[in-house]
Design a binder for this molecule. Sequence first.
Ligand SMILES: [Zn+2]
Length: 80
Amino acid sequence: MSSHYDLNDYQRRHPFYSDGITKITDPFWNHVCKNCKHTFQTCTAIVPCPKCGSKEADRWLGKIPYSQVIAERGEPIVSE
Ligand SMILES: [Zn+2]
């Protein structure tokens, strides 16, 4: 057993973040809050707006629209 941290090995065994659709090699999610228009970036798909707490936002994975991502990868796992 080795405690050596190998990022490539980690990526192979854990390719997705906790939302189940975002790969750790993906770009950040870009969000525009529908409530207060705040823009922010996150690692996972569904994150409440840090300003107002709303989960209603327009989202892009890098430049890929959210609707296209879930069409290809399925619905995200949303932790409460
Ligand atoms: Zn907001």
